[in-house]
Design a protein around this ligand. Structure first.
Ligand code: FE2
Length: 258
């Protein structure tokens, strides 16, 4: 049994809510698909909690932007990344400062492991964005209709199951190609050995599917379970608004889940 979290975006209210739920379920292993920081007001405690609670984390485009440089960011996202970098750089306590930079500087692009299912060996991949551009490519639900060649090319790079984040839109892609929202699946997707799937786990700290609740998944036996949780986004909104360099749009969107 393990849980996967992604796209926390410096939202400590959402992250602590999700971690409490994971603990309540007795889940001990947590993986993270990146974008721990960026957009939100609490980069330090979010980094510290992810470092403490997760087994590993892969590199997201916002983590990359803050450690290296922003690429293809809009103005607000870029400003947020510069502000986040400054917050991390001006930490006076050497221990935590170095621990956070060391973590960001060593995030891998991809993680994989094998599990046994129906006497078959299954490969499970973990990436932030997409199997062919692990940090930056968006896989949108509409791609199954508007760009099936792209979806095929993505599935050519997936052996069995690949977990991703990045779009902040939870759901399951199959190689038909097809896309299913969690609610169309009763919030459950059973992993079977003869079906390839790309599973987007949604976003902890900035959901964009018009549902303002924090999103994460856990896997029990062969079943992927989608979870949504209400959290205190009004507090996060107030904190974002109090920081001049953080755009108010990235505060208000939390209320609408967009
Ligand atoms: Fe993100």
């Amino acid at each position: 049994m393990f849980a996967i979290i992604s796209d926390i975006h410096s939202n400590i209210e959402a992250l602590t809510t999700v971690l409490a739920d994971i603990e309540k379920r007795g889940i001990k292993t947590i993986y993270c698909l990146g974008d721990v920081i960026g957009y939100g007001p609490d980069p330090k405690p979010c980094l510290d909690l992810v470092i403490e609670k997760t087994k590993w984390c892969v590199l997201g485009n916002h983590d990359y932007a803050i450690f290296y440089e922003p690429t293809n960011f809009n103005y607000a996202a870029e400003q947020a990344s510069f502000w986040t970098r400054e917050v991390l750089e001006t930490e006076e306590d050497k221990g935590p400062r170095e621990k956070r930079w060391d973590f960001l500087g060593h995030l891998p692009m991809r993680q994989s492991f094998k599990v046994k299912l129906d006497d078959e060996e299954m490969v499970i991949d973990f990436l932030h964005a997409s199997p062919r551009k692990p940090i930056n490519e968006y896989i949108f639900p509409d791609d199954v209709y508007t760009n099936p060649i792209k979806v095929k090319s993505l599935f050519d790079r997936v052996k069995h199951v690949c977990f991703v984040g990045h779009t902040h839109l939870p759901g399951v892609f199959l190689d038909e190609p097809d896309f299913y929202l969690p609610e169309e699946l009763g919030d459950r997707y059973p992993i079977v050995s003869d079906e390839k799937a790309i599973v987007n786990i949604g976003s902890v700290g900035q959901p964009r599917d018009k549902d303002n609740r924090a999103s994460y998944i856990y896997v029990e036996d062969n079943e992927v379970n989608f979870v949504r949780l209400e959290y205190d986004f009004e507090t996060t909104i107030e904190k974002i608004k109090a920081v001049e360099q953080l755009d108010n749009f990235n505060a208000e969107r939390l209320r609408d889940g967009r």
